[in-house]
Design a protein around this ligand. Structure first.
Ligand code: ADP
Ligand code: ZN
Ligand code: ZN
Length: 683
């Protein structure tokens, strides 16, 4: 021990990847010994910040005059169990991210500050009362209704998953939209409540929490911990605390909820497991779905990955029997599956993006007093503004991208960096006043439909019409009630929402998914298409789905339409196998950006050379570096180096050697870099 006593090794919440040494705070812990996981308030450079005690050492290499005492202990006991800390340490290691930052990500915002856990008011949020009712949940009539009679497939799924309670097993619950997956979850949760255990349910988006919450509240008379970023800091912290202390039995949230401490965790459900939103796109680039599987393994409990369109990774894991596949092939209840057709538009004159055939179908459906849904995955009025005289097009000055016209706002908007400017009335190059709007966005489609079908109530659902609080919920409610004969919108419509009265779905443009630059583009296209198609005919009326395309012969599209998602997945997996792409290989993407493309590229060239010098490199492939597809984004130039190997283990071994060296390579300060482990977007 040094002259000063014990030294605390602290994970500081800062983007630095090592522990920092501190002396204990002058005010000792009351009634407790310092242990791993305790929060501390620290002096750090010129500011103060949060840190988490990780180790206690007898020595330090830090010079005595630099060693400072921590300011104070925030709590008297750690907020995490040993297993929670292990999970977070694994996450930091796997995703190559500073431990302190990972720990902070796992905390509700309120607890990232100097707020003691004892200041979190669960009583005010009604957790005290619910705590007293939970243990007798089923006996005291807290099961509000018993639900529909299960069909044989549901029954089989539930029995199989229940048999796995108490041990690790991963399940793929593959069932088309409306096949009764949620009903399966509800029955499993019934079991969780009866056992006085805890379950974690993850949904991909905040927008999907209300309907899941409603299904839960209709079934169970219990309070649900809701964890997503659209809640006030106080309620979120209170729900987190209720989960952490085991008071909440059911925890529902978006991806960060995967880190919630859950002492009695017995089941994890990841609904719509294929959804890219489970992967975080900034900061800690983790996949909540993948962590869910690891966590279930760690905690010896089953994890259920539910989807109508499982990701190719998950399909492959099921083929390899790492996951057990359970199928719900039929729609539950009386609903029948929709019929799908392609409309070849390669030789058709479109009216604002609509083919005559689709307009006819819309008319018929309106006359039959049925509801229709149109899907166009592009918001705004028109994606291209061009001068007919000189060929000038409106482009973003900060990005390699075109500006989208938004007519009502009368602006040009870059959907990549957010830059906005007034729509010019004449060409800035040749002063010609005849500017042409090309292409279709939802705003323009709405306008066209209003002209085509006078006096028909339309509702448009996209990011522009739903930016105000609660508007989305309101519009969805109206749409679901069947008030509007035509609903149109972007992919906001595609995700998991029920539109029971819709009998016709028109998909205007999915072709960019067929020839996208990212190898995942076709998978995403197929998932989106099936999700949108799944909106039709959900109750009793049969549905019809029509897809406009310039490429009706495309083999993946043909397979998808005529043979279904599973056949598509098989074919797509075969292509991935032949191209040696994930899930048949593992990847890490090193991204760099700078004020010049050359600086980003030269950093990555150095990084590739560095990798090739390491003894572990022989099984590693380096692809690139290459500029990103959109090389310029928000005034920064971006490039990337793809690192690939046969499997994740090889990559992980390599990263252990590589990352410390890479950190030393720190380029000229103007280049920033990130490592993306298991990247979901390579473009
Ligand atoms: P998914 O989650 O796969 O989309 P849901 O569980 O939401 O499917 O079921 C779709 C609809 O069918 C819901 O209205 C649900 O109440 C109903 N449902 C589910 N299972 C059955 C069943 N066995 N019998 C009758 N209706 C059912
Ligand atoms: Zn011009
Ligand atoms: Zn831009």
């Amino acid at each position: 021990m040094n002259r000063l006593g014990k030294v605390l090794q602290v994970a500081v919440v800062a983007p630095i990847d090592h522990l920092f040494d501190y002396l204990p705070p002058l005010q000792p812990l009351i009634n407790n010994e310092p242990v791993r996981g305790l929060r501390l308030w620290l002096p750090f450079g010129k500011r103060e910040c949060l840190g988490i005690l990780w180790n206690i050492a007898n020595n330090t290499e830090c010079p005595e005059d630099k060693l400072k005492p921590a300011l104070e202990w925030i709590d008297s006991k750690p907020l995490w169990s040993k297993e929670d800390l292990e999970l977070l340490a694994w996450t930091a290691q796997y995703y190559v991210y500073p431990l302190g930052e990972v720990l902070a990500t796992a905390l509700p915002t309120k607890l990232r500050r100097k707020t003691a856990i004892t200041q979190i008011a669960t009583a005010k949020q009604g957790w005290i009362e619910s705590c007293t009712t939970i243990p007798q949940v089923l006996k005291s009539g807290n099961l509000l209704n018993i639900g529909p009679k299960l069909n044989a497939d549901q029954d089989n799924a539930i029995t199989t998953i229940k048999a796995a309670f108490g041990k690790y097993q991963a399940f793929l619950l593959e069932g088309i939209t409306g096949s009764g997956k949620t009903e399966v979850y509800l029955r499993l949760l019934e079991h969780i409540l009866a056992q006085h255990a805890q379950a974690l349910i993850l949904v991909p988006e905040i927008g999907l929490t209300p309907q899941m919450q409603q299904r839960l509240l209709e079934r169970f008379n219990t309070k649900i911990a809701l964890l997503h970023s659209n809640r006030s800091e106080n309620t979120r912290a209170a729900d987190w605390q209720a989960a952490r202390t085991g008071v909440a039995s059911i925890v529902l949230g978006t991806r960060t909820a995967i880190f919630t401490p859950l002492p009695r965790l017995a089941l994890i459900i990841v609904d719509e497991e294929h959804d890219p939103s489970f992967k975080q796109h900034e900061g800690l680039l983790y996949s909540a779905r993948d962590i869910a599987v690891w966590r279930a393994w760690q905690r010896h409990c089953p994890v259920v990955l539910g989807s109508a369109t499982p990701s190719l990774e998950t399909v492959q894991n099921a083929i390899l029997n790492r996951y057990s596949k359970l199928e719900l092939p039929k729609r539950a209840g009386a609903a029948s599956s929709p019929k799908m057709d392609l409309i070849d538009i390669s030789a058709t004159k479109l009216q604002a993006g609509l083919s005559p055939a689709l307009i006819r179908l819309l008319k018929d459906n309106l006359e039959a007093k049925q509801q229709s849904l149109l899907f166009l995955n592009r918001r705004g009025y028109a994606p291209l503004l061009r001068c007919y005289n000189c060929g000038w097009t409106a482009e973003c000055e900060h990005c390699d991208a075109r500006l989208t016209t938004h007519q009502k706002l009368d602006i040009l908007w870059c959907h990549h960096c957010g830059t906005q400017q007034a729509t010019p009335k004449q060409c800035p190059k040749c002063q010609n006043t005849k500017l042409k709007f090309l292409g279709q966005g939802t705003e323009r489609l709405e306008q066209t439909l209003t002209k085509l079908f006078k006096d028909i109530s339309l509702v448009r659902i996209d990011r522009d019409t739903t930016s105000k609080k609660n508007v989305l919920e309101q519009l969805l409610k109206e749409s679901q009630a069947g008030i509007h004969p035509i609903i149109l919108g972007t992919q906001m419509l595609a995700k998991g929402h029920h539109f029971p009265a819709v009998t016709l779905v028109g998909i205007l443009d999915l072709d960019q998914g067929l020839y996208g630059s990212d190898y995942r583009a076709t998978e995403r296209m197929a998932q989106l298409l099936m999700q949108v198609a799944g909106r039709a005919g959900r109750v009793t009326k049969p549905g019809r789905v029509v897809i406009q395309t310039y490429h009706p012969e495309h083999i993946l599209l043909q397979t998808l339409i005529h043979k279904g998602y599973r056949a598509f997945a098989q074919l797509a997996l075969k292509e991935r196998h032949e191209a040696r792409l994930p899930p048949f290989t593992a990847q890490v993407l090193l991204r760099a950006d700078g004020t010049k493309l050359e600086t980003a590229m030269s950093f990555l060239t150095d990084a590739a050379n560095l990798g090739k010098e390491l003894p572990t490199h022989s099984k590693i492939e380096f692809w690139g570096p290459a500029p990103a597809i959109m090389a310029k984004l928000a005034k920064r130039y971006r490039a990337q180096l793809l690192i690939q190997a046969e499997n994740r283990n090889l990559i992980r071994k390599f990263l252990v050697d590589y990352v410390p060296k890479l950190r030393q390579l720190t380029p000229s300060s103007k280049v920033r870099w990130t490592l993306d482990v298991d990247p979901q977007e390579i473009s």
